[in-house]
Design a protein around this ligand. Structure first.
Ligand SMILES: Nc1ncnc2c1ncn2[C@@H]1O[C@H](COP(=O)(O)OP(=O)(O)OP(=O)(O)O)[C@@H](O)[C@H]1O
Length: 891
C-alpha cells in the first residue's frame, strides 16, 4: 500500500467522541446525502487526496482532512454529519485550490478535484451536482502555477522484460510524446536520469489495481529493483501495458493503420510503454483530451551519450556543490528570450547531436545571427513578446485555459507574421523555418481578439469576457440587463425626490439582494409600499415589490448572460485546441530559433568561435576557456589554454566502434587474456590520444579538464565555443571520473565509487570517446593507487585509444610518455617565489618534475623538521621508483 495513502489513513480514535477519521468505518446509511456522495467518490480514489467543493471552499473529510491539515499546516476541525456524529474536516478557499494542490502534488500526493458543476441556486433545494473535474499527479500537471517554465515536466512509463526495456515519455503541457527501447538496464537508468521525470508509470501485479503513487525514495515490493529510487512511481495494472491493448490504443489515438509510420512497429516494449502511458492519461484526464503530438520513436545511440555521473561532474544543469542552477553550464549559456527556448536549450544540452549535418545547420544559423547584429537584436526583442505558446495551446486543448490564456496566445500568434517578415531574407535553416506562418494562425489570433475583451477576468463563469457585437443573443441579453441596471441606478434619485429623504440609498448584498436604506431617524417618513427587511443600529433596510421584480429579472438575465459568455468562450477554446498541432509545429521552430539566437548573442559577447566539425577523431582547441569559470571571473582574468588530442596519425583504431570492439576482442584472445603489451607500435604524434596533466593543487587541472569536455559538448549541440579556434571530431560519448565522494546512500566507499566509475569507462569507451579522468587511485594506499592509475592510463592509450586527459598528482605517471608515443605530458605552470607560489594557470608541454605537496605543507606552516624529514623520505621513494625502467626489465 502506498505511503501517500497510509499517511492519510488513520485508525478510528479510541476516544468515541473524537471525530471520525476513516471514511471506511462509518455507517453509510446514517450519512447525509452529500456525505454519501463524498464517500462514494473517496472509494473510487482511495490513494488520492480528495478535495470536495462545498460553497466557497474545497473541503477534505475523514483521513484526508487529517493529512491535509498536517501537510499544509492548516487547522483541523470537525463537522456534525447526520447521525454518525462528528467527522474530521479541513479545507482551503476555492480560489486558492491551485496553490494548495501544487503543494500536495510536490509532496507526492495525487489530488482529485471534485467540483460543483452547477450553481447552488440552480439546484433549488436538491443536492448540488458535483463531479470529478481534474486529477492531478506529479506527471500530469497543466496549470501554469504548477509548472516550472524553464523545464519540461515529464510523465514516463517503463516496461521491463529481463534485461530488455521499453520507455515512453510525454510532457502533457507541451505535447511531446516519445518512445524508445533498449537491451541494457543500465541505459534505462541513464535515460531516466536524463529525463528526470516527475512521475514514472510501472505495470505491476499488485493486488489493488488502482493507481498507487510511491513518493521519491519510497520502497515497494512491486517496484523493479533496477529503477532509481529518486523518482515518484505510480504502480499500474499490467493490462493496458499488454502488447495488444497498447498497440490498439496507439492506433486509435493517432488514427493510423499501422505503427510503422511511428517508427515503433518492431519495438514491442516501446509500444507497450507508450500504450500504458496513454491509458493513464485517459484515466486521469477524464474528458480533458490532451493534445499530444504524434508519437516519435528515438534511439539512444542517435545522440552523444553523456551519462549521469558525467552530466553531474560537468555541472550541465546544476552545480555539484549545492545543486544550484547558478554556476551550471545551462546558466552560463542561457540567453533565450522565451520559456519555450529555455526548455529547448536544456533538452539540447542533455541530448547533444552526433550528426555533423545537424550540428552544422545549427552553426549556420548562429553564424548568420552573429554576423547580422540588427537581425539578432530585433529577433530577440520580438521573441520576448512571445508567450509560452506550447503550454498555452496545451491548456486550450485540455480545456483548462482561461480567457487570459487565450488573449496571451492571440498576442503571441499575432507576433508570428512580424517574425516571418523579419527573417524574410534570412538564409540559414532555422530562420527559414519561420518564414511561413500558416494563415490559419493569423485568422485564429484575429478571432480571439475579436471575441475576447482586452483584459478579461480570471474566472470564466462570471461574465465580462466576450465583446459586444459577436453574438446577437448575447447583445440582446446585455441590453436588457443594462436597462434594468439603469433603472436601479435611477431609483435612488427618484426615491429621494419622492420621499424627500436626501440620505436615502440603494444598496446590494448577497443575502438580501437590492434594498433601499434609510437612516432610522427618517424611518417615519417611508412610503407605505416600502416593506421593511432588516433593522441595523442606525438604519432600516426596505424593499419594494417592483424592486424585487427587477432584481429577479436582472439576476436571471445575468446568469443567462454569464452562461452564454461561457459557452462562447468554450467554443473558442475548443477551436484553438483543434489547431494545437499547427501551433506547436511553429512553436518548436520559434523555440529553436530562440535557442540559436541566444547562443549567437552569447558568442558575440563572450567572443566564442565557430568550431570546425571534422570527420576524424581530432580535438584541436586553440586558446580554449572554461565557459562558466570565465564568466565568474573579471573580464580578461581567465587564462586560455590549448588542447590537441587524437590526431589522424594516431588512428590505429577502426572506423567505428563495432569494428573496434571486435579488434579489442581479438587482441584479448591473442594474448589469452594476458596483460597488454607495453610498447605498442604507434607512430610519434604531436596530437596524443592521452595527456597526463600534472600541477600543484588549485593550479587549474580540473578546470582545464572540464573545459575540454564542455567545449566538445557545446560544439555537439551546435553552439559556438569559448576558444580562439577549434577543429573537432564528433565524440560518441563523454566520460568523466572526477573528485571523490562517499556514496553514503549505497554504503560504498570513496574508493569503490571511484573504481566502479573507472570500470564503467574502461568497459564502454571507444576510440571515438572523450575520457576525462581527474585523480584516479587517491582513495587507497599510495602504491595501490599509483599502480592502478598507471595501468588504467596504459590500457586506455593502448587498447581503447579514447581521447583522454588524465589529471593526477602522481607525477610518476609522466614516465608513461617515454614508453607510449601517443601519451604526452602537460603541466599547469606555477611560479615559485621564496614564500609563495603564484598560479599562472597555463597549461604547457612537459610534466611537473616534482610534487608541490611538501611545498604546500611548508607554506601552511608545518614545522621545519617535519618538512625536512618529508623531503628525505621523498628522496628515498624517488630513488626506488623508476617504474618505467623496472617494468621494462620485467619484459
Ligand atoms: N585557466 C584559468 N584561468 C584563470 N583562473 C583559473 C584557470 N584555471 C583555474 N583557475 C582558477 O583556479 C581555481 C582552481 O582550479 P582547479 O580546481 O582546476 O585546480 P586543480 O589543479 O584541479 O586543484 P586540485 O588539484 O586541488 O584539485 C579555480 O577555481 C579557478 O578559479
Amino acid at each position: 500500500m502506498s505511503a501517500s495513502y497510509s499517511a492519510s489513513q488513520t485508525t478510528q480514535p479510541s476516544n468515541p467522541t473524537a471525530p471520525h477519521a476513516d471514511h471506511r468505518l462509518v455507517d453509510r446509511s446514517k450519512l447525509t446525502q452529500m456525505f454519501q456522495h463524498y464517500v462514494d467518490i473517496k472509494d473510487k480514489y482511495p490513494h488520492a487526496m480528495l478535495l470536495y467543493r462545498v460553497g466557497d471552499f474545497f473541503e477534505c473529510y475523514f483521513e484526508d482532512a487529517v493529512t491535509l491539515a498536517q501537510e499544509l499546516e492548516l487547522s483541523l476541525t470537525s463537522k456534525l454529519v447526520g447521525d454518525v456524529g462528528r467527522v474530521a474536516m479541513s479545507g482551503v478557499p476555492h480560489h486558492a485550490w491551485e496553490r494548495h494542490a501544487t503543494q500536495l502534488v510536490e509532496k507526492g500526493y495525487a489530488v482529485v478535484i471534485c467540483d460543483q458543476v452547477e450553481d447552488a441556486a440552480e439546484a433549488a433545494g436538491r443536492l448540488v451536482r458535483r463531479e470529478v473535474t481534474r486529477i492531478l499527479t506529479p506527471g500530469t500537471l497543466l496549470e501554469e502555477g504548477m509548472l516550472k517554465s524553464s523545464r519540461n515536466n515529464y510523465l514516463a512509463a517503463v516496461v521491463i522484460a529481463g534485461e530488455h526495456w521499453g520507455l515512453a515519455y510525454a510532457d502533457i503541457s507541451t505535447g511531446e510524446f516519445l518512445t524508445t527501447q533498449g537491451s541494457n538496464l543500465e541505459h534505462l537508468t541513464q535515460e531516466l536520469m536524463r529525463l528526470q521525470p516527475a512521475e514514472v508509470l510501472v505495470p505491476t501485479n499488485a493486488p489493488d489495481l488502482r493507481s498507487l503513487l510511491l513518493r521519491a525514495g519510497e520502497k515497494s515490493e512491486h517496484l523493479p529493483e533496477c529503477l532509481p529510487p529518486s523518482f515518484c512511481y505510480c504502480l499500474r495494472s499490467q493490462i493496458p501495458f499488454s502488447q495488444a491493448e497498447a498497440r490498439a490504443r496507439l492506433l486509435q489515438k493517432f488514427k493510423v493503420r499501422s505503427l510503422e509510420g511511428l517508427g515503433c512497429d518492431q519495438l514491442p516494449l516501446a509500444v507497450r510503454a507508450a500504450g500504458g502511458l496513454l491509458e493513464y492519461l485517459e484515466d486521469t484526464q477524464k474528458e480533458n483530451a490532451i493534445p499530444l503530438q504524434l508519437l516519435r520513436t528515438y534511439t539512444l545511440t542517435d545522440f552523444l551519450i553523456v551519462d549521469y555521473q558525467t552530466r553531474r561532474n560537468l555541472e550541465i544543469t546544476q552545480t555539484v556543490r549545492d545543486g544550484s542552477f547558478v554556476g551550471s553550464l545551462l546558466w552560463a549559456l542561457d540567453r533565450t528570450s522565451t520559456a519555450m527556448g529555455s526548455r529547448a536549450l536544456r533538452r539540447w544540452l542533455l541530448q547533444p547531436l552526433l550528426d555533423v549535418k545537424g550540428i552544422r545547420s545549427r552553426q549556420d544559423t548562429i553564424q548568420e545571427l552573429v554576423e547580422n547584429t540588427t537581425l539578432r537584436q530585433e529577433l530577440r526583442q520580438l521573441l520576448r513578446q512571445i508567450y509560452d505558446l506550447e503550454r498555452l495551446t496545451g491548456r486550450a486543448g485540455s480545456g483548462t485555459a482561461h480567457a487570459r490564456d487565450l488573449v496571451a496566445l492571440a498576442d503571441s500568434l499575432s507576433r508570428l507574421p512580424e517574425l516571418s517578415r523579419l527573417v524574410a531574407s534570412a538564409h540559414s535553416p532555422f530562420l527559414k523555418a519561420l518564414q511561413k506562418v500558416p494563415p490559419v494562425l493569423e485568422e485564429l489570433a484575429q478571432k480571439i481578439r475579436a471575441h475576447l475583451v482586452e483584459s478579461p477576468p480570471i474566472h470564466i463563469k462570471e461574465g465580462g469576457l466576450i465583446r459586444s457585437g459577436i453574438n446577437t443573443q448575447l447583445d440582446e441579453r446585455r441590453a436588457t440587463v443594462e436597462d434594468d441596471q439603469k433603472w436601479i441606478a435611477n431609483l435612488e434619485v427618484d426615491e429621494r425626490a419622492k420621499t424627500g429623504i436626501p440620505t436615502l440609498k440603494v444598496g446590494f448584498n448577497k443575502t438580501f439582494g437590492y434594498y433601499i436604506s434609510i437612516s432610522r431617524a427618517k424611518a417615519d417618513q417611508v412610503p407605505s409600499n416600502y416593506i421593511r427587511k432588516q433593522t441595523l443600529v442606525n438604519e432600516e433596510r426596505y424593499i419594494t415589490p417592483e424592486l424585487k421584480e427587477r432584481e429577479a429579472r436582472i439576476l436571471t438575465a445575468r446568469d443567462d448572460l454569464n452562461q452564454l459568455e461561457y459557452e462562447i468562450f468554450v467554443a473558442l477554446r475548443e477551436e484553438v485546441g483543434g489547431e494545437a498541432e499547427v501551433i506547436r509545429n511553429i512553436s518548436r521552430a520559434v523555440a529553436a530559433a530562440d535557442v540559436l539566437c541566444g547562443l549567437a548573442e552569447l558568442a558575440v559577447y563572450q567572443g566564442y568561435c565557430r568550431p570546425e566539425m571534422v570527420e576524424g577523431r581530432e580535438i584541436n582547441i586553440v586558446d580554449g576557456r572554461h565557459p562558466v569559470v570565465e564568466q565568474s571571473l573579471p573580464a580578461g582574468f581567465f587564462v586560455p589554454n590549448s588542447t590537441s588530442l587524437g590526431g589522424e596519425t594516431n588512428r590505429r583504431g577502426a572506423e567505428n566502434a563495432e569494428e573496434e570492439e571486435e579488434k579489442g576482442r581479438k587482441r584479448q584472445g591473442e594474448r589469452g587474456g594476458k596483460e597488454s603489451s607495453l610498447i605498442p607500435s604507434l607512430p610519434d604524434s604531436p596530437h596524443p590520444d592521452l595527456i597526463i596533466l600534472t600541477g600543484p593543487n588549485a593550479s587549474g587541472k580540473s578546470c582545464y579538464l572540464r573545459q575540454v569536455g564542455l567545449i566538445q559538448l557545446m560544439a555537439q549541440i551546435g553552439s559556438f565555443v569559448p576558444a580562439g579556434s577549434a577543429r573537432l571530431g564528433v565524440c560518441d560519448r563523454i566520460f568523466t571520473r572526477v573528485g571523490a565522494v562517499d556514496d553514503l546512500a549505497t554504503g560504498q566507499s570513496t574508493f569503490m565509487v571511484e573504481m566502479n566509475e573507472t570500470a564503467n569507462i574502461l568497459n564502454h569507451a571507444t576510440s571515438r570517446s572523450l575520457v576525462l579522468l581527474d585523480e584516479i587511485g587517491r582513495g587507497t594506499a599510495t602504491f595501490d593507487g599509483l599502480s592502478i592509475a598507471w595501468a588504467v592510463a596504459e590500457y586506455i592509450a593502448t587498447e581503447i585509444l579514447a581521447r583522454t586527459i588524465f589529471a593526477t598528482h602522481y607525477h610518476e605517471l609522466n614516465e608513461l610518455a617515454s614508453l607510449l608515443p601517443n601519451i604526452a605530458n602537460y603541466q599547469v605552470t606555477v611560479k615559485e617565489l621564496a614564500d609563495q607560489i603564484i598560479f599562472l594557470h597555463q597549461v604547457q608541454p612537459g610534466g611537473a618534475d616534482k610534487s608541490y605537496g611538501i611545498e604546500a605543507g611548508r607554506l601552511a606552516g608545518l614545522p621545519k623538521v617535519v618538512i625536512a624529514r618529508a623531503k628525505q623520505v621523498m628522496g628515498q621513494i624517488e630513488k626506488h621508483s623508476k617504474i618505467a625502467m623496472g617494468l621494462q626489465n620485467l619484459e
